[in-house]
Design a protein around this ligand. Structure first.
Ligand code: PRX
Length: 633
């Protein structure tokens, strides 16, 4: 990752100051920001101890805030707590029994409202139900469900009794689910008969049947039967609602050590086998609570909508644990963003007066493709904060989101983080100036930098690797059964945590992400991030989405090939291709101009919406595609 004078860096340096009303109402004022950040990294132990003390309930206070030998850190050592107590009991005891925890909505506009009191009741009953099935502290439970209230109940019930949940996204195939069940040796799988997407029923139960066939350690399959189902349970199967009804609504929370495991979440690594990222109770509760509160600037009466699915880390941290711990009301929607029509999501924002809306860049670009007329039909004036996560939010999408959805009245935050980090790491906070295309600055308590392969900071606006230099409370503690994979994060650019992302940092300290390190191209010795070229391509008015790969080239090392989806009404033509090349040349310079551009109807994406360049590349080069279990279609 040595500095290369020929590296191309997209020059985006527009600064957007948040509207005055947002600054005035926010927890952290811009003028306090630098001082607070400096304090947080000078003495992180005091910083996090204050938050843990003031914001959360502990059955026993910790002895030391941080201990352990690198890279095995422990936080809130000997502290005792239960995250569900902080998420539920604490609010009920504070008089918020009748406050809504979730508003669920589906494609047919069927609505379910659940209060904090009702959620606690269901979680306790289901936790007792899990105990009755023989589940004990430390056991693993796999959850393979759509985004319904029962999924959240299942996760919290595990946490209540100290069992580890391993949520597997409902879109994964049976073999992918089986692999995860086997790796964690889950004793119970919780599922639902089906989910609905774009008007079609998608059967989940038969995937589970296939996934659990002949697994001797698997004891029970708990099934949520959905409206209209008349399903006959067979051996090993238990009815979710029957179990809930049969149990007491009193279930004392298990007293967990701060460093006891909370959950495993599988994520893709560089090898084919997914890694089981392990998070623990104390640090995760403190960090996700605080980031939820500060990064989304959530206040008591805010309505929060994080569009993530609990199958991914965003759902864990910012749809379940963070928002519940803070005690806000969240919206959850089962289905696709653009069905029954591309206005559905905007209608939800209007109906529930959503204040804070957190989604993914791929969705923003999808809506850009449908055009402004859809959001314009709805009153989106309740919105105050918009957020994105998952991949670089290119400046064009940033500005569209800000102008067409936020109506220039909202703060827009681009949060960079990972399954491994547990919570937001690099982001501006709503009261602080943002720059389109740049995630921003390290969050409080986070020491991050962009470095070369020896760990030395690179010059401003030069591409390097993003590293985290100090441990933080919600970092992964290990990879399930694979400690060597955990250690690898800290060994490659020792002693730092290597995120695997390419980034640049500007003169003001704003970090911009350019994609994964494995997506970097090297053309005639010039390093070019695929995300930069893609960003340039999608800034062309004819282009809706773009993916770029490198192809071996006898002279240049690599040449660039771009795959494009055009906006509705645009037709591919030689003239357009030439115009696009000219456009990239204009945006980035001749080095970044793709040798080839090909128009496609769709791009291969993971079910979480990330473009799988690897699939395009293998196909292009006639190579084995490898593991495509995460491919959407
Ligand atoms: O490459 C970065 C990208 O997503 C990766 C982490 O993926 P995952 O563990 O699935 O978690 C996604 C949700 C937190 C990162 O290594 N990524 C995530 N957020 C951003 C991002 N890339 C650019 N900008 C972001 N805001």
């Amino acid at each position: 990752m040595a500095m290369d004078k020929n590296e191309i860096v997209l020059k985006v340096n527009r600064v957007y100051n948040p509207p005055r009303a947002i600054v005035d109402g926010s927890y952290i004022k811009p003028e306090e920001y630098e001082r607070l950040y400096a304090e947080s990294i000078k003495d992180p132990e005091s910083f996090w101890a204050k938050i843990a003390e003031e914001e959360l309930h502990w059955f026993r206070r910790w002895d030391r805030v941080r201990a352990g030998d690198h890279p095995y850190y422990r936080w809130f050592v000997n502290g005792k707590l239960n995250i569900t107590y902080n998420c539920l009991d604490r609010h009920v005891k504070a008089g918020k029994r009748n406050k809504l925890a979730y508003i669920y909505i589906n494609e047919e506009n069927h609505e379910v409202k659940v209060t904090y009191g009702e959620l606690l009741d269901m979680v306790n009953r289901f936790a007792n139900g899990l105990k009755s099935l023989g589940i004990q502290r430390g056991d693993r439970v796999a959850i393979y469900m759509p985004l319904i209230v029962e999924q959240i109940v299942a996760m919290l019930a595990c946490a209540r009794i100290g069992a580890l949940h391993s949520v597997v996204f409902g879109g994964f195939s049976a073999p992918a689910l089986r692999l995860r069940i086997m790796d964690a040796q889950a004793k119970v799988v919780i599922t639902s008969t089906w989910t609905k997407r774009r008007g079609k029923k998608i059967d989940l139960k038969s995937s589970v049947d296939e996934a659990v066939a002949d697994l001797p350690f698997l004891e029970k399959v708990v099934v949520v039967q959905r409206e209209g189902d008349d399903y006959e349970l067979v051996e090993k199967e238990v009815d979710f609602h029957g179990l809930v009804k049969s149990q007491s609504s009193v279930c004392e929370p298990e007293v967990m050590d701060s460093e006891d495991p909370l959950f495993i979440l599988y994520t893709s690594g560089t090898t084919g086998k997914p890694k089981g990222v392990l998070h623990t109770v104390g640090g995760y509760n403190v960090y996700t609570h605080y980031t939820t509160k500060i990064v989304f600037d959530l206040h008591e009466n805010d309505i929060f909508w994080s569009t993530a699915d609990p199958g991914w880390i965003t759902g864990h941290s910012y749809l379940v644990y963070g928002p519940l711990s803070v005690g806000v009301t969240s919206v959850i929607a089962e289905g696709a963003p653009d069905y029954p029509d591309p206005g559905w999501w905007w209608s939800i924002i209007e109906r529930y007066k959503v204040n804070v809306f957190y989604t993914a860049p791929t969705v923003v670009r999808l809506f850009m493709r449908y055009g402004e007329e859809w959001p314009r039909k709805y009153d989106l004036s309740s919105l105050r904060i918009l957020g994105c996560v998952g991949e670089p939010l290119n400046p064009e999408a940033w500005i569209w989101f800000y102008e067409q959805i936020g109506k220039k009245n909202c703060a827009l935050i681009d949060t960079w983080w990972q399954t491994e980090t547990g919570g937001h790491m690099i982001t501006t906070i709503p009261s602080y100036a943002a720059k389109p295309g740049k995630a921003g600055k390290p969050f409080f308590g986070i020491v991050a930098d962009v470095v070369d392969k020896t760990g030395q900071p690179v010059a401003p606006n030069t591409v390097g690797s993003l590293v985290i230099k100090q441990p933080w409370p919600s970092g992964l503690r290990t990879c399930w059964n694979e400690p060597e994979r955990y250690e690898k994060y800290w060994k490659t650019i020792a002693p730092y945590y290597l995120a695997g992302d390419l980034a640049t940092k500007d003169e003001d300290g704003y970090i911009m992400f350019l994609g994964r390190a494995d997506d970097v191209l090297n053309v005639s010795g010039h390093r070019i991030g695929t995300a930069e070229v893609e960003s340039a391509l999608v800034s062309h008015p004819a282009v809706a989405e773009a993916a770029v790969i490198g192809k071996p080239h006898p002279l240049k090392g690599e040449s660039i090939k771009g795959f494009l989806i055009l906006k509705h009404g645009q037709e591919p033509s030689e003239l357009l291709i030439e115009d696009l090349k000219l456009h990239v040349r204009r945006e980035l310079g001749s080095l970044a101009v793709p040798d080839e551009l090909q128009v496609l109807d769709s791009l291969p994406k993971t079910r979480s919406g990330k473009i799988m360049r690897r699939v395009l590349k293998s196909h292009e080069l006639g190579m084995e595609v490898g593991d495509i279990s995460t491919l959407e279609d």
